[in-house]
Design a protein around this ligand. Structure first.
Ligand code: UD1
Length: 359
């Protein structure tokens, strides 16, 4: 049986490496990995493949950046060619990026079944490109792997009921598997002369924040007023926008320490030792919860509502920078903690479902 995996952006490399392991040890399965090239800088791509021991892609499409339509369209054209040539039995797509929807569309036009990892997530904000990517991909998929019961319920409400599985979250598998190794290997904290619990970690990359001058200014202003250093690994998109609007001199700003994008091991280490995490990333909101670090989500809504209900995550209204400061001051470590994202066996379960579905 041949599985064709489509990946292209940072978080997809993390998710894919866990399932890829199972496919590798099964001699009846052959995995063909296609990298769309959505993320292409070495610190956004290569470093993940080497740290996670993910096989080198069989196809590197090198699509790179452009507008959403153009990027997705170019991926669709190239992915169709690969799928026609490889004739896979199943196409595996992850998450909610343009690579996900392109993989789903290319496969569905060729009548190849699709399995969607991280199915059923909804922010109910259709202005987000990711929301459209998720909805369309879910409706094209034959096998849907949900990280939580909430995600299963969302699919049910949209009439998707068959082959929907609550497997738990594959990112939790990765956190459990890599955390110790990450802590052993990463020395970023000492290089930056930071100590555990004495800094905040911030990441921003969503278009709704980076492409809106007012929101981006409010975020930077708010972070500047915090009482501890803020370590801020800069996504290329954010870096570009900060420079374009001259919001701040990224080399020299008060308590904010801007650094290049960091590897998965560095991120796990930094995230697990930060006092709080401030982010608009979907993945990092969950990782904060998995690592038991309070999170402040700099968005108006989130698809990870369970983390909000648990008290470990909160949404921050970005109308003024004061709101960020006040939210940080009010944040406390909740007393209760329960496992919201399964038991770390999501990739094993997905593999079993794929195997029996393909029989
Ligand atoms: C994408 C996903 C988002 C996911 C995120 C993970 C979509 C619509 N969004 O957003 O769901 O959470 O990845 O990081 O697919 N760039 C570089 N070097 C790189 C990669 C990107 O310079 O290696 C720049 C490009 O100039 C591009 C910008 O970053 O314009 C944004 O890249 P894009 O492909 O839109 O993805 P993300 O913003 O990362």
């Amino acid at each position: 049986m041949k599985i064709l995996t489509v990946i292209g952006a940072r978080p997809q490399f993390v998710k894919a490496c866990m399932l890829s392991r199972w496919l590798k040890i099964d001699h009846d399965m052959k995995e063909v990995i296609v990298h769309t090239g959505q993320h292409y800088d070495s610190n956004m791509s290569d470093v993940f493949f080497s740290q996670l021991n993910l096989a080198k892609p069989d196809y590197q499409l090198s699509i790179g950046s452009s507008s959403h339509g153009e990027q997705t369209g170019k991926m669709l054209i190239e992915l169709e060619k690969v799928m026609v040539k490889e004739k896979p039995d199943l196409v595996l797509v992850y998450g909610d990026t343009n690579s996900t929807i392109a993989g789903g569309l290319a496969a569905s036009k060729l009548d190849i079944p699709i399995a969607h990892v991280e199915a059923g997530l909804r922010s109910f904000n259709r202005k987000m490109p990711e929301e459209i990517n998720r909805i369309v991909t879910d409706h094209l998929s034959s096998l849907l792997f949900c990280p939580s019961q909430t995600a299963v319920d969302h699919l049910r409400n949209e009439g998707i009921k068959e082959n929907v599985y609550n497997t738990g979250d594959i990112m939790y598998d990765a956190v459990l598997d890599f955390k110790e190794r990450a802590l052993e290997h990463s020395n970023l904290l000492s290089q930056l002369t930071l100590t555990a619990n004495n800094f905040y970690l911030a990441t921003i990359h969503r278009g709704e924040n980076t492409d809106d001058l007012k929101r981006l200014s409010v975020i930077i202003d708010g972070l500047k007023q915090l009482d501890l250093p803020v370590l801020f690994p800069l996504h290329p998109r954010t870096n570009k926008q900060l420079k374009k609007w001259n919001i701040t001199d990224t080399n020299q700003v008060s308590n904010i320490m801007f650094i290049e994008p960091i590897s998965y091991f560095d991120m796990l280490t930094i995230a697990s030792q930060a006092k709080y995490i401030l982010t608009d990333s979907g993945g990092l909101q969950k990782e904060a919860y998995m690592l038991k670090i309070p999170c402040l989500t700099l968005r108006t809504e989130t698809e990870w509502t369970e983390t909000i209900d648990s008290g470990w995550n909160q949404l921050v209204d970005l109308s003024t920078s004061k709101n960020i400061v006040e939210a940080v001051l009010k944040t406390k470590i909740p007393k209760d903690y329960s496992s919201l994202f399964g038991n770390g066996e999501a990739s094993d379960l997905m593999y079993q479902h794929i195997k029996s579905w393909l029989k």
